[in-house]
Design a protein around this ligand. Structure first.
Ligand SMILES: C[S@@+](CC[C@H](N)C(=O)[O-])C[C@H]1O[C@@H](n2cnc3c(N)ncnc32)[C@H](O)[C@@H]1O
Ligand code: SF4
Length: 385
């Protein structure tokens, strides 16, 4: 029985697919609906959870993550029922991290106390910007002042709080970003997620971009400078990058996300969720129906919304492990790569990348350098060619 996953741990991801409005940049599986039957959703998520536990058998849970969509729109009763059921089915490890993604509107902040009572101990808040004009361009439903008061409430209710910002936005200079970032760092506790704006196909920004109507985006070079500067500004405040877009004080890293990047096992519950589960000793990829209405119908019919699962062969496991772990500043362990994939990466490829200043090789652990981090895709192509 392969227990490689234990090197990353075991987490449970739960997807809530609804939002108050669709943001123009977002290609997550998120939908707007004013007809959400919460009791129905609660029963459906619980059903898929039970089915998943019947596959894995007993194991202890390191972390739970409510993501979306906007899970802060869930009823606290649903969050509570799911946490209780996870504990009953598998057992939560003492001090397990339980994160909920929240949008910082006042409606949602009013529910924080109930989420905390339900067992949530970490909030990841989508503040996105500390500039009201930018929030409007990003189609957000909150103002800066609303976000700040929601953050204050969150700090009182939860032992861990983090927030997300998006940079390299339209008409944003590096200078303006660094000053916004400093403001954020003054507020931040010990964790921030800082994402460069990406223009995704199928979003409103994607459509505007194709028609040449999304003006004022920084050129690639300027965005790369913003990325490098971001690391420096964060370091001045003691927040270090532990992953491409995630910065934390030592010990404050998101344990749930580390499970993905350390190639642990995770269950994926809810529409469009992905899972990697070691079943009968075989690393298995699973995913559910994406469309919320169709997913609900599948639950009614089968008790779960999974499509047929796929056992990953050693080569795929090696590729996935490398792609995930190279995002981390702790890097990728070549012994683990070899034990998963059955082959090693050639010493000459590693040497070449080292000579180019793209990676360090620390006793068989490959780590992208500051110069290499923005070019991770090229590093991966070279290592896996
Ligand atoms: C699942 S999403 C959103 C969670 C929550 N609904 C919210 O909007 O705050 C998680 C994060 O991804 C980031 N994100 C989503 N789309 C992005 C894009 N196109 N470019 C950069 N960051 C993006 C945002 O910072 C967002 O907070
Ligand atoms: S960014 Fe968040 S609130 Fe906006 S559509 Fe995506 S998931 Fe929903």
């Amino acid at each position: 029985m392969s227990d490689d996953w234990r090197q990353g741990g075991f987490g449970v991801y739960i997807h809530w697919p609804y939002c108050l409005a669709k943001c123009p940049y977002c290609d997550f599986n998120s939908h707007v609906s004013n007809e959400v039957n919460h009791a129905h959703w609660r029963a459906a998520l619980l059903s898929e959870l039970r089915y998943t536990a019947s596959l894995t058998g007993p194991r202890r849970v390191d972390s739970v993550f409510f993501g979306g969509g906007t899970p802060s729109l869930m009823e606290a009763k649903t969050v509570s029922a799911l946490i209780e059921e996870i504990d009953r089915l598998w057992g939560l490890k003492p001090g397990a991290e339980i994160t909920l993604e929240a949008n910082p509107t006042s409606v949602e902040a009013d529910k924080f106390a109930d989420f905390s009572i339900a067992g949530v101990n970490r909030i990841s808040m989508g503040i996105q910007s500390l500039n009201d004009d930018a929030l409007r361009s990003l189609g957000r439903m909150h103002s800066v002042s609303e976000a700040l008061s929601a953050f204050e409430i969150a700090k009182k209710q939860f032992s861990k709080v983090s927030f997300d910002l998006i940079y390299a936005r339209q008409r944003q200079t590096a200078k303006a970003w660094f000053s916004e970032l400093e403001q954020a760092l003054e507020l931040a506790v010990d964790h921030l997620s800082l994402y460069q704006l990406t223009i995704e196909n199928g979003t409103r920004f994607g459509e505007l971009f194709k028609r040449g109507k999304l003006r004022g985006l920084p050129e690639d070079d300027a965005a790369a400078d913003m990325y490098i500067g971001t690391q420096q500004v964060c370091a001045d405040y003691g927040l270090l990058p532990y992953e491409i877009s995630n910065y934390a004080k030592l010990g404050a890293e998101s344990r749930h996300n580390l499970i993905y990047w350390r190639y642990g096992d995770y269950a994926g519950i809810g529409p469009g969720a992905h899972a990697r589960l070691t079943l009968d000793g075989q690393k298995t990829a699973m995913h559910t129906e994406k469309n919320p209405a169709k997913w609900l119908k599948m639950i009614e019919k089968y008790g779960n919304g999974y499509f047929p699962s796929e056992v990953l062969n050693p080569e795929d496991q090696g590729i996935e492990y490398l792609m995930m772990s190279m995002r981390l500043t702790e890097g990728s362990d070549m012994r683990r790569f070899e034990s998963l994939s059955g082959t090693g990466v050639s010493a000459s490829k590693i040497q070449n990348l080292e000579n180019m200043g793209m990676i360090h090789n620390r006793n068989g652990r490959l780590i992208a350098t500051e110069k290499g981090r923005p070019l991770l895709n090229s590093i991966l192509s070279e290592l896996l060619a």
